[in-house]
Design a protein around this ligand. Sequence first.
Ligand code: BDR
Ligand code: CA
Length: 315
Amino acid sequence: MTKIVLDVDTGVDDALAVMTAALSPDVDLLACTTTWGNIDVDQAARNTHAVLRMVGADDVPVARGAEGPVDGTPPRFSGHVHGADGQGGHADTSYAPVLAEESAVELLLRLSHEHAGELDIVAVGPLTNLAHALEADPSLPERIRRVIIMGGAFLAPGNATPSAEANIANDPEAAKRVIDASWACTLVGLDVTMRQMLTEEHRARLAAGGEAGRYAARILDHYFEFYRGVTGERCAANHDALALGVAAGLVDVALAPEVRVDVDTTRGPSRGSTVADLRGMHRGWPAVEGTRHRVVLEVGAGFEDAMIDLIAGAA
Ligand code: BDR
Ligand code: CA
């Protein structure tokens, strides 16, 4: 079992990642830390706890984290993608979540001591919480086994801007600190997440399942409409659950070279872009000395089906 702390800004695809993490026998979900991003941090915490309760996992601690980017600029949310409530209009906005007394940073730091050397952090929102945790305790990377980030676009175009992916673009300064830190860091970006689409057939299987499956089918409806504008078809990228799946060994990773990655924090048109040194592709990816970054560029099929079965089959 992989011990995981999942850092989320619970929109639609985050909700699927939360459900998958809570339901998978391969994951020991120690906590969810929440951040601003798709919606404000309070709604993210509310959605996260509500989804955990739906799959019978409301004993997993949920902690409230950052309200906005590390540079103090006001947060901008993605209601057009995930709905104003982050759940395509289906969240219970009056739901009172039971939250941890510790902040996201406090909880993460405590768990890093209790599970030193064994803990993976899976971050699927802006990287603000992790940047704050590094600032609070620069020795954190020594106790973390691996950080897996849903973020970046390497050979693929961006989604927030022509070249930047949303989780990085939302807080480039935080992303740079996290990606520059001394831990092993795997990036699961748009190169693979935009090729692992959820379809109407998946949604129908969810709709025929239990409470969690039916809820997932409902929230995906709004997300599918957004992706119709992107791809011309009703479907959706399975961004966040794919990163969770990579962390938990549930995804067949076919190509993930170790290369250096940097984040553009300049104010120009490529702000928030991830720059990976992929020049080794012409030489069969020779080893690069000293790098700690792994960029997932190709995955095999099969994870989506397994994820749908898991969620649809939940009681
Ligand atoms: C990422 O941005 C968010 O909208 C999604 O939840 C995902 O984490 C994809 O770029
Ligand atoms: Ca997310």
